[in-house]
Write a protein that binds this ligand. Structure first.
Ligand SMILES: [Zn+2]
Ligand SMILES: [Zn+2]
Ligand SMILES: [Zn+2]
Length: 335
C-alpha cells in the first residue's frame, strides 16, 4: 500500500472516505489503485452503492452509471444480517480488511473476478441466536472464502488466538491467508508444481486427515525450524497459504516503509532481508510503547525459501499476463 494524499496535500488513509483537513469526499479507485478526491464539493465521483451502508465502502463504483457496487462489493456472497448493530459493526470491519487484501492482490496484477472469487461473512449461533448455522469455520472452498464473522470481535479473536496458541491473529491475516488457497492454482499452475511440492510437500495428501491429526496431536516440536507457524506444518496447502499470507504482509510493509522513507534501496535481491531488518525495528517500536511485537515471527532459511517461491510464482504469473512487457512488477524503491 502506497502513501495517499488528498488534493489539498493532506496525507490520507486507505480507509478514509473524506479528508480530515479540507472535507473533500474521497474514494479508492481499484483500477488506478489510488485514492481520488473530488475537485469541489459534490463534483460527482461515482461512489460504490454501499458507501452509505453499514460497510461504509469507500471504493469507486464499477461503472459510472447510477448506483452500482464496486469490484470489492461484487465479491460479497453472504454478509451478516444487518438488523443488529453488532452485526453491522462486524460487516464494516470484515469488509474493510477484505478491501485491503483485494488492493494487495490487484496491486500485484492478480485477477479479482467476482464470478470466481467470493466471500461469505457468516455469523453462527455462538454470536447471534438468530443465525442459521451452529458453527461457521473460516476457510476456502472452490473460490469461496468463508470468514466466521465473530473474528471481527476483538474479545472473541483474542480468546481464539490464545486457545489456538497463535502469535498473531487478525482479520487481515485471515483474509491474506485464505486468498493464498484461491491463488495457488492461478500462480503455481503446472509449470511450478514440482518445485512447489519440493518446498511445501505434496498438496494432494489427505487434507481432512492431516488437519484432524494436527488438532489432535499438535505440531511436531521441530516446526519452528521449517515453518512460519505451527499451523503451517499441518498440511502442504496450509504451509503455502501461510507463506502466501506472509508474502502479502511483507509486500505491504515494504511498500509503506519505502513510501514513508523508513527504508531505501529495496531490490530484487534484498527485499526479504530488508523486511526482516525493518520488522525488528518495528517490534522495538511497539515494545517501547508497551505493545506486543508488530511482527512476532522468525523467518528461518526454509521459510525464506518458501516465501521467495511465492514471489517467483507471482512474478511468473505477471510475465505470462503481459507478453509485451517482460518486466514483472518489482519493488517500490522511491516515492
Ligand atoms: Zn483534503
Ligand atoms: Zn463497495
Ligand atoms: Zn488455510
Amino acid at each position: 500500500m502506497r502513501e495517499f494524499s488528498c488534493r489539498c496535500g493532506q496525507v490520507v488513509y486507505f480507509e478514509n472516505n473524506s479528508c480530515g483537513n479540507c472535507g473533500r469526499q474521497l474514494a479508492f479507485d481499484p483500477v488506478a489503485l489510488t485514492m481520488v478526491a473530488e475537485e469541489t464539493a459534490g463534483s460527482g465521483l461515482s461512489f460504490c452503492m454501499n458507501r452509505s451502508s453499514a460497510s461504509e465502502c469507500n471504493w469507486l463504483a464499477d461503472t459510472s452509471f447510477g448506483d452500482s457496487p464496486c469490484l470489492s462489493c461484487q465479491t460479497n456472497r453472504t454478509i451478516p444480517n444487518l438488523s443488529r448493530q453488532k452485526s453491522r459493526n462486524r460487516w464494516r470491519k470484515l469488509d474493510s480488511a477484505k478491501r485491503r487484501m483485494l488492493a494487495d492482490v490487484l496491486g500485484l496484477g492478480l485477477p479479482v473476478d467476482p464470478t470466481r472469487l467470493r466471500f461469505d461473512f457468516k455469523e453462527d449461533k455462538r454470536i447471534n441466536p438468530d443465525a442459521i448455522e451452529e458453527f461457521v469455520s473460516t476457510g476456502h472452498l472452490s473460490g469461496v472464502i468463508t470468514i466466521n464473522a465473530a473474528e471481527a470481535d476483538p474479545v472473541f479473536r483474542e480468546s481464539m488466538r490464545k486457545h489456538m496458541n497463535e502469535a498473531y491473529r487478525t482479520l487481515l491475516g485471515h483474509l491474506r491467508h485464505e486468498s493464498g488457497h484461491y491463488f495457488f492454482n492461478i500462480v503455481v499452475g503446472q509449470s511450478l508444481i514440482d518445485e512447489a511440492r519440493l518446498l511445501f510437500g505434496d498438496e494432494r495428501q489427505d487434507y481432512a486427515a492431516a488437519l484432524q491429526r494436527h488438532y489432535r496431536t499438535g505440531a511436531s516440536a521441530a516446526w519452528q525450524g521449517n515453518f512460519i507457524s505451527h499451523y503451517a506444518s499441518s498440511h502442504p496447502m496450509e504451509d503455502w497459504a501461510e507463506c502466501w499470507g506472509h508474502y502479502l504482509h511483507v509486500r505491504a510493509v515494504l511498500d509503506v516503509a519505502s513510501a514513508k522513507g523508513f527504508i531505501s534501496d529495496v531490490g530484487p535481491e534484498n527485499w526479504l532481508s530488508k523486511f526482516v531488518e525493518f520488522s525488528v525495528s518495528l517490534n522495538e517500536v511497539t515494545r517501547s510503547l508497551g505493545l506486543p511485537d508488530a511482527y512476532p515471527f522468525i523467518q528461518t532459511d526454509p521459510v525464506t525459501a518458501k516465501i521467495k517461491f511465492v514471489h517467483k510464482a507471482i512474478q511468473q504469473y505477471q510475465s505470462s499476463q503481459s507478453p509485451h512487457n517482460k518486466t514483472p512488477q518489482e519493488f517500490v524503491t522511491e516515492r
